[in-house]
Write a new protein. Structure first.
Ligand SMILES: Nc1nc2c(c(=O)[nH]1)N[C@H]1C(S)=C(S)[C@@H](COP(=O)(O)O)O[C@H]1N2
Ligand SMILES: [Mo]
Length: 537
């Protein structure tokens, strides 16, 4: 007979429906020290579960790590302002911040579940198990889910529930009553919980090692030979002003900003990759990697910018892209006359809505396989992504692309459009001050102000700089590589001591001058002049 049952009988309650038999004996006595131990046991069980879940993921379902699944689900359901806030607070570290946030939240829930499990079993188990069920369901609904996807979340939850229940049951033994603070059960629970945390952490570290060994895409990428381009875009020597601290006109791939919804970078093997063009077309087209690399390749230079880029922000870069014009591929499929949009699909479920016209007009919209002379870095879309001059990334630059669905704006929308962002996203005219850096030490005397300006696929005709309330001074422009790229600019400055505010504004090739009107990035890109206040010594 369990102590609980004996208690129930001796207190005179009978029958399964009797409220005191069902609940009262289950309520453990209040005790701060026992609650603390129970919270610790909850945390131990959760860390062990999470660690073994990560290990399972690394071994059998790389994209279904419980953390990635919960985080991915949160990214997908987050309100648009949430994404905005995350990017403005954490920039390209937004994913790390999300994972840390999830870890803290899960630990708090696990501690609370532990306390509850001691006081009112089985509610602690129900909460941990419930989290597991959510993980399993979300893992099965992700775009890249397969049969093994639920396994990591299932393992994590099962371990957490069983270990948590076993540990906390010990805290309900007769020797663990509040009055007895030295009973063996307490010690067992304390030591076991600590051990669970250590083993869980080791499993998590181990999973990173296992993952490193199975990064399928980077291994394939390392030995891949790219075809030589049939046509290239020259980069004039005068495109680079050679000023210290000024963004280089071509951004090294390692410094190129990364923005996407993928917590675990998709691992796509070129040998199994294919692109399907379908929808409002006369002919469905399927293209394999071998088909793609056999086509004449073009190397272009284009600036890519994120719609979330704030005034003065760094979510922008310029690269040499190698690929095939999307126009030629669409010509094979022959879009029907009623089509006005191409919804590109990534293997991870992300979608972008690109105006059909931007993919069929004269611009170099590419299905790209190379970046700066190498295969695409895995996090920049390996093996194949889109790059469309003139449009923000969220409506055009689909990474790990596998499908072009020819459709209409009236019937389909892209990932960010369904979250409140504009359906079409032409890049706005903008300019940024790079030199001097904010907070830099500037001494009085002759120095230089420099930066970059862009109006993708339109071109920049001039940049003016204003110091304090002085006149606008035209900057010297470097040679633009093309209308699809940003351009460097500079002006000499005879800095006088004191505090100064520097502003810049660009004028586009069509004569439009940047508006001073400040607008937030949502829903279609920020506007306003970049401005820097500094003290000259
Ligand atoms: N598959 C996928 N592709 C994507 C995204 C994404 O979330 N998933 N984000 C887009 C956005 S918002 C931008 S700004 C660019 C960024 O490309 P980069 O990371 O190579 O700089 O990728 C685009 N392509
Ligand atoms: Mo973006």
């Amino acid at each position: 007979m369990t102590p609980a049952f004996r208690l129930a009988v001796s207190s005179g309650c009978h029958g399964a429906r009797s409220p005191c038999a069902a609940y009262a004996p289950n309520v453990a006595p209040a005790s701060r020290s026992l609650d603390l131990l129970a919270a610790g046991a909850g945390v131990g069980a959760a860390v062990l579960g999470a660690g073994l879940g990560e290990l399972t993921a690394a071994a059998v379902a790389p994209s279904a790590s419980p953390f990635a699944v919960i985080g991915g689900g949160m990214i997908d359901i987050a309100p648009p302002w949430g994404k905005d806030l995350a990017i403005s607070w954490f920039g390209t570290n937004d994913k790390a911040a999300l994972l840390v946030g999830i870890a803290i939240l899960l630990l708090a829930i696990a501690a609370a579940a532990g306390v509850l499990e001691r006081r009112r079993p089985p509610w602690g188990r129900v909460i941990l198990g419930g989290l597991g069920v959510v993980g399993v369901i979300v893992s099965m609904t992700r775009a890249d889910a397969d049969v093994l996807s639920p396994a990591p979340s299932f393992v994590a939850a099962a371990v957490a529930v069983v270990v948590g229940a076993l540990l906390i049951a010990r805290l309900r033994r007769p020797d663990a009553v509040p009055e007895n603070t030295t009973g063996p059960s307490r010690r067992t629970v304390l030591v076991s919980s600590g051990l669970a945390v250590v083993v869980g952490a080791l499993a998590a570290v181990g999973s990173a090692a296992v993952r490193g060994g199975t990064q399928a895409a980077s291994a394939v990428r390392a030995v891949l030979r790219l075809p030589t381009p049939a046509t290239t875009t020259p980069v004039p020597a005068t495109a680079e002003l050679g000023i210290d601290g000024l963004s280089p006109v071509i951004t090294p791939s390692a410094d190129f900003y990364r923005i996407d919804t993928a917590l675990v970078v998709p691992q796509v093997d070129p040998s199994t990759w294919s692109l399907r063009i379908h929808g409002l077309v006369e002919e469905d087209v399927v293209l394999t990697w071998d088909d793609l690399v056999a086509l004449p390749q073009r190397e272009t230079v284009a600036t890519l910018v994120c719609v979330s880029n704030e005034v003065g922000g760094d979510l922008i870069g310029t690269a040499r892209w190698l690929g095939v014009p999307i126009r030629d591929l669409l010509a094979r499929a022959k879009p029907t006359a009623d089509a006005d949009m191409v919804l590109s699909h990534s293997i991870d479920g992300f979608t972008a809505s690109t105006p059909l016209e931007a993919l069929t007009d004269e611009r170099d919209a590419l299905l790209a396989i190379g970046m700066n002379g190498e295969a695409l870095p895995v996090e920049h879309g390996f093996p194949v992504r889109m790059v469309v001059p003139g449009l923000y990334g969220y409506v055009s630059a689909t990474k790990w692309v596998t499908e072009l669905e020819v459709t209409r704006y009236a019937v389909a929308e892209g990932y960010w459009t369904s979250r409140g962002w504009s359906a079409r996203g032409p890049v706005k005219l903008a300019s940024r001050i790079d030199v001097p850096r904010a907070g830099a030490r500037v001494t009085a005397g002759s120095t230089v102000i420099a930066g970059v300006a862009w109006h993708n696929h339109v071109g920049v005709s001039g940049v003016d700089v204003q110091i304090d309330d002085g006149p606008w001074t035209p900057a010297k422009l470097a040679t633009a590589i093309s209308a699809d790229t940003w351009v460097q600019w500079s002006v000499p400055w005879d800095a006088t001591s004191g505090t100064h505010t520097i502003r810049c504004r660009a004028t586009s090739a069509t004569g439009e001058t940047q508006t001073p009107q400040r607008a937030a990035p949502a829903p279609d890109g920020a506007t306003g002049w970049d401005e820097l206040t500094l003290t000259v010594a």
